[in-house]
Write a protein that binds this ligand. Structure first.
Ligand code: TXA
Ligand code: MG
Length: 312
């Protein structure tokens, strides 16, 4: 199929209404959207990404009132997080309504809901007139796309349309919080940090990462965020050796000369540059990638999470 590339949210939304699948920008990463009430379209999303069927999708809404079409009760903690952080880089897992198809949620009785803050995303979602499911718009296992060019690199010819927007502001996927239990649990760290969440609900916990934790967040057990190159973590200022073409990303200039070196001015900049850096290293066929570790505060926790997954 030919993939239509456009900067018109109305034109992109027409593909969704016709049962197609459309990649679109958000402030976290680019997503691959389908009408959440159209099972056939949702299957196309899994197929285009080569995504395991047991990995649930996030529902994206343009307005808070759409949440009520998806969930049968908004838990108290979720209501407080919605008030504080929507629209933004946050996904809340809540009990789902039966109208939300099982293919969307991989058979779970819960659904993750997010309301993106990027203005172009809002325009697009509003023009669709329905909530969309949208995983990151990459081939499963590859780094999430933070530009429309990265989407085409993975999915050109496999999806109906790409809505072109600016590069994703945060560059890491949304924080996922399970709000169905006694207290909120962070299943995936993101730009909304645990400190931010605790300022609203002090009971918020990190996922223990044990077998029960993995069962709560099916997506986290799959291999993620990996470039083809071997990723090695290095402590700030520590020397490292390389035996071939390498890449480096971090906050300080390395002693070693690499083919591709990215020195960032802040942890935020490092987070937003990471996935594009991984892709660039792969384009250049580099064998090794050195990534400087950062302190795990704020978005640093999410950045370290993605770095550790890239090493695995
Ligand atoms: O920032 C984001 O969240 C991006 C943009 C496009 O919005 N989307 C994204 O989707 O990262 P995806 O499919 O790549 O990651 C979804 C994550 C997976 O780890 C999945 O297991 C988890 O969210 N998830 C989705 N629904 C869930 C549910 N009902 N219960 C537990 N985890 C869920
Ligand atoms: Mg993903």
């Amino acid at each position: 199929m030919d993939t239509f590339v456009t900067d018109s949210p109305a034109d992109a939304a027409a593909f969704i209404r016709g049962g197609g699948i459309v990649a679109f920008p958000t402030e976290t990463v680019y997503g691959l959207g389908a009408n959440i009430f159209d099972e056939e379209s949702i299957r196309k999303v899994f197929e285009a990404k080569n995504r395991p069927a047991d990995n649930p999708l996030i529902a994206h809404v343009s307005d808070p009132f759409q949440i009520e079409r998806l969930v049968n009760a908004i838990p108290r903690s979720a209501a407080a997080f919605i008030e504080a952080f929507f629209p933004g880089p946050l996904t809340l897992v809540m009990p789902k309504r039966p109208e939300v198809p099982d293919v969307a949620t991989a058979g779970l009785d819960t659904v993750g809901v997010r309301m993106p803050g990027e203005p172009l995303t809002h325009e697009f979602l509003a023009a669709c007139g329905t909530p969309l499911v949208a995983p990151s718009a990459n081939i499963s296992g590859r780094p999430s796309p933070t530009t429309w060019q990265a989407v085409l690199e993975d999915l050109d010819g496999k999806i109906d349309c790409v809505l072109k927007g600016r590069p994703s502001h945060y560059g890491l996927e949304s924080t996922v919080v399970d709000c169905t239990g006694e207290f909120p649990v962070v299943l995936r760290p993101g730009a909304i940090s645990i400190e931010d969440l605790r300022s609203v609900d002090p009971r918020t916990e990190n996922n223990a990462g044990d077998s029960e934790g993995t069962a709560r967040s099916p997506g986290m057990k799959h291999k993620h965020y990996s470039p083809a190159a071997k990723v090695v973590l290095v402590l700030p200022g520590n020397p490292f050796n390389t035996d071939g073409d390498c890449g480096f990303i971090g906050l300080h200039n390395p002693d070693v000369k690499c083919e591709k070196t990215v020195v960032c001015a802040s942890i935020e900049e490092y987070a937003s540059a990471l996935f594009d850096f991984f892709r660039e290293c792969d384009r250049r066929g580099l064998k090794q990638i050195f990534c400087e570790t950062v302190s795990e505060e704020g978005i640093g926790a999410a950045l370290m999470d993605r770095l550790r997954r890239a090493v695995e």
